[in-house]
Design a protein around this ligand. Sequence first.
Ligand code: ZN
Length: 327
Amino acid sequence: MISRIDAHIHYKARVHEDTQMIRDLGLKLLCICTGVDPVGNWRKQQADIYIKNVREFPDVYAWVTAYNTPDFKISDSDYADRCIANLQRDMEQGGAIGCKIWKGYGMEVKYPDGRFLMPDDAIFHPIYAWLEKNRIPLLAHIAEPMACWRPLEPGKPHYGYYSQNPQWHMYNKPDFPSHETLMRHRDNIIAKFPKLPFIGAHLGSLEYDLDECAKRLDAFPNLAMDTSARLSDLLFHDQAKVKAFIEKYQDRLLWGTDVGLGYGTPTPESLQKDRNYCHEMLTAEIAYYTTDKPLKYGPWETVGLCLSEKVQRKLMYENARKWYPGL
Ligand SMILES: [Zn+2]
């Protein structure tokens, strides 16, 4: 019996123990692909594993596909048509139930003249229109948490990631778009395709201010947000405000963790280590939303929000099924 759905995870299960652990936790996982390259290497590294797992264990796994980034080194007038054909195949034959776009748009992929390719660029419009016409949800990780544009602060969320991945740390890099600019380009998509079910990953990159999340949710009825990888940010807000925010938007928020398993070339030892990490994070996340007990989340200590059963069920099960039909 599945009682909760993690709507944003990168769980590349390869051995029996990986799946058994998820069953024991009473979870179903929506495994997310990220299309990060123009030749589709992400397919072998992510999609193929998810497709195999969904076929074998449809009660435990579901997946969201992606599409290749454009390659401006070649002239490619069929880019959008080819992406759509691949998406269609992933949905119809691979069982995918959504499509993801990544922060590379706006922060990494560039036109040959040096301009950043923004996520609302016209090159993507036929793809978004196709998704909208078919009511296929678009999961969008655009921009980064606000910490990305601020000085590194030890002890705060995201310090580990930006200290280890300085290429993504945007503090003092005026040649890169600001957070505000990226939000504007992201919001343009939601406004231009009003019937496209649009899920803002990572609290829509607005984790620093729940009023900013609320503003977007109020403005765009086709928008939902997932909580993935932003629980640590929630801990730094007033907890009564976090609870009130979740209660107010109880039909528009999806629980997700963003934990990952099976990166690189997995070995039995690395899989065991990843599995232990996933178990620890998943258990702490569930405890945060469902209990009123003191708990540890990473290096931080907090007390569970103790959401009502009705709100828990929406956040951790029903909304995922509503926003990703087919789950
Ligand atoms: Zn993710």
